[in-house]
Design a protein around this ligand. Sequence first.
Ligand code: SAH
Length: 565
Amino acid sequence: MIGLISTTAAGRTGCDRLAAAWPDRTRAYDGAPVGDLLRAAFAECDQLVVFLATGAAVRLLAPLLVSKSADPAVVTVDEAHRHAIALLGGHAAGANALAQEVSAVLTTTPVITTATDATSTPALDTLPYPAEGALPAVTRALLDGAPVHLRSDTTWPLPPLPLTTAEPAGHEAYRVWVTDRVVEGGERTVLVRPPGLVVGVGGSRGVAVAEVVTLVRAALAAGGVAEGSVWRMATVDAKAQEAGIVAAAEHLGVPLVTFGAAALAEVSVPNPSAAPLRAVGTPSVAEAAALLAAGPGGELVVQKQKSAMATAAVARRRPRGRLAVVGLGPGARDLVTPRAAAELRRASVVVGLDQYVAQIRDLLPPGSRVLESGLGAEEERARTAVAEARAGHAVALIGSGDAGVYAMASPALAEAADDIDVVGVPGVTAALAAAALLGAPLGHDHVSISLSDLHTPWEVIERRVRAAAEADLVVTFYNPRSRGRHWQLPKALALLAEHRGPGTPVGVVRAASRPDEEVTVTTLAGVDPSTVDMVSVVTVGNTASRVVAGRMVTPRGYRWQGGGA
Ligand code: SAH
């Protein structure tokens, strides 16, 4: 819950706007001395927005502070609504993010002073995996530019870190150690816990949560592996509702996955036994569920451990690389989605066509490895991206528009096996970028057709154009014309003209959203193919499309709105 605290009229206006924007997330504190309001909100909320001068807020909050991990986030906003200052709990409690969110609503400027954000050094406590140990000391070393050594037991898909892999000189060195093992890190080591472990559990009916948790911890300790690296808890379907097991997974903060007895019975395990076979129909629950959830290449690191009413075993997964297939939109920076930008920061390897890399190079964090290639090398780019992900890295394969539309997603995913994680980030494809410029040409059923006969025989393309013509679909032509390809576009337009009139609206959009953007609304009879090139799309309306006030409009139905024809 976000507590909103105000004492003046201006403050109240701000509170009202935040409350209106986030009705379910906020609670307003008003009508008492401000010290009392702050004390109450501090105790009851996990985030506070305080409309008060920073100095006053600091004086009032100081006696309430307990620790970075326990205190709520505090953002202060000044009387004139110029700044939203992340005062307390920047990372841990989310004050930095809250200052940004508040600013989106109140148009304040967020003020963020945590050093790692101010210098764009990756904060070790915002990595995709939990980090433990000497976070302040190692973060300070990173900020000071001191060498920090990276040690990894195995390769997990981390974002680029400004770390050295050279052996450190002496035991004084700072370290980031990626490991699922319990190790002695000392005062200069941060331990990053990759999600590499699966705990399999079984339990008799009525087993207590404390017994399950205690046994799981004992099993982890027996294998010398860390709780922070547990990725999933796994059991048999029949125990999916067993309260002690469900609560234990919650307690450990991991999802519970379950498998059918038949599937578990197929898994070969070191310690099968008769009891679970009688009870739930598989000779192993804990070991088999751990192995099955760990997936191909997984191995047991702790065999079955038993307590009075529970069993537990631990398996280690093979690290999985991560392939993000990222659409960058048609060109304009503000049409790169925030999610696409986040994936570019998340990746340690970026694969793409050189011209697309150039478009987003400034969004890449220092240290990312860029593998760019020229036009044509599509298959090779796809193979490279998949191979890097298979090696365990976090890879972003980038493409313009949507990376799945006449682009890299298909060759890459045709190549990828299920040993990597794949994340798709949709982008604004050229047809949509063009449509927004033309008006509303896609208001009814529409189709995209590529006129490139590089990968597709012309007969197939022609058959599709004819079908679109007969079906009266709005058509957007991608790859409409290039230096070596002239006759295809006029031919395709002629095929459409067999089924729609010469006055049918046609939009030609070149370089949508880029500095050299050109938009032309014309007709089927009037299109000049020589104005069309490889960075253009051509959108042809259906028989109901019209030009209204210079804009192309395809009605949502075939009866033209507003009477008339
Ligand atoms: N994945 C891309 C399409 C790749 S095919 C997307 O989703 O947009 C390449 C074709 O897309 C080009 O020949 C052109 O027809 C079209 N195209 C790409 N970007 C464009 C832009 N900014 N403006 C107009 N057409 C564009």
